[in-house]
Design a protein around this ligand. Sequence first.
Ligand code: ZN
Length: 132
Amino acid sequence: MKCPACSASVPDGSAECSSCGVIFEKYELRKKRERAEAEAALAALAEPSRPIVNPRIGQLAAAALFFSWAGVMAHYVFLEWQKREDRRASLAAAAPSPIAPAMRAVAPPRRASAAVSASTSTVVLSSAAAVR
Ligand SMILES: [Zn+2]
């Protein structure tokens, strides 16, 4: 017969290889165990993988997250809207005419420019006086 490990020819019925020293019985047992392990690993790979977490839980978590985000957003939108309403109410209280705030925003304050020109002319006059 042939040694299964080193392929040396050994006398039939011997328990041990005279060339490499392997014990045939142990060698066959090891081979059988290795084959069984490989088959089990292959079977585990072939098995369709099941999701670890229930997808229903993920959907519920996503929905909860979305609705809490939407709630926070709605809250801030409502706060901004309230602020704007307050500002509009205070403007309406200050100027009963609805056109007045817009006109005030467009027209430059005349008194300020007059004050600037007055102060510059004062400076010019005072510097002229200092030269003399
Ligand atoms: Zn051998």
